[in-house]
Design a binder for this molecule. Structure first.
Ligand code: AMP
Length: 176
């Protein structure tokens, strides 16, 4: 029987219950990253959807850096890290957004874009969509155009897409 990419990815994820807090099932992607065939297949699959259509890949700290940098290399584009507040030196531009408990802030370098760049946003997990939505707002406020959002895993029961209306959103594997 043929193994699909979704089957391969599903077999390389590990559920960690109650991490980092009670009630959360953490999706551990490290077994996938450790498997060169699976990791490569995911990156090529993401790249195939956007080849020739994006000029920059933006990865969300921290696991979005892993897929984002590999994807930028595969597409032959530059990479912009979207970092947690306080990590980037020099002049930055940031945005704050609400989490279930409290809030978070993310930043990019102020001179990340000259304007009009076509950007692909990448992260490992799309959960409530708050992080991805804040990232799109941050990048577009800096003059870029967000072409699409790519995630390895979409937790569809959290309806993250509703925070990204009108945007192209794609996940390698959708968990319901
Ligand atoms: P959200 O803003 O709710 O969509 O959360 C997305 C961010 O939180 C991503 O950067 C993920 O890495 C992380 N995240 C959220 N839920 C999980 C989960 N169940 N397992 C692993 N990472 C998660």
């Amino acid at each position: 029987m043929e193994t699909t990419l979704q089957d391969l990815v599903a077999s390389r994820l590990r559920d960690i219950p109650d991490f980092p807090q009670p009630g959360v099932v953490f999706k551990d992607i490290t077994p996938l990253l450790a498997d060169g065939e699976a990791f490569g297949a995911v990156v090529r699959d993401m790249a195939a959807r956007h080849r020739g259509d994006v000029g920059v890949v933006a990865g969300i700290e921290a696991r979005g850096f892993i897929f984002g940098a590999a994807l930028a290399h595969e597409l032959g584009t530059g990479f912009v890290p979207v970092r947690k507040a306080g990590k980037l030196p020099g002049r930055t531009r940031g945005v704050s957004y609400d989490l279930e408990y409290g809030s978070a802030s993310i930043e990019i370098r102020e001179d990340s874009f000259v304007g009009g760049e076509r950007v692909l946003v990448v992260d490992d997990v799309l959960a409530t969509g708050g992080t991805a939505a804040a990232t799109c707002e941050l990048l577009e406020g800096a003059g870029a155009t967000v072409v699409a959002v790519e995630a390895l895993i979409e937790l569809a029961f959290l309806d993250g897409r509703s925070r990204l209306p009108g945007r192209a959103v794609n996940a390698t594997i959708v968990l319901t």
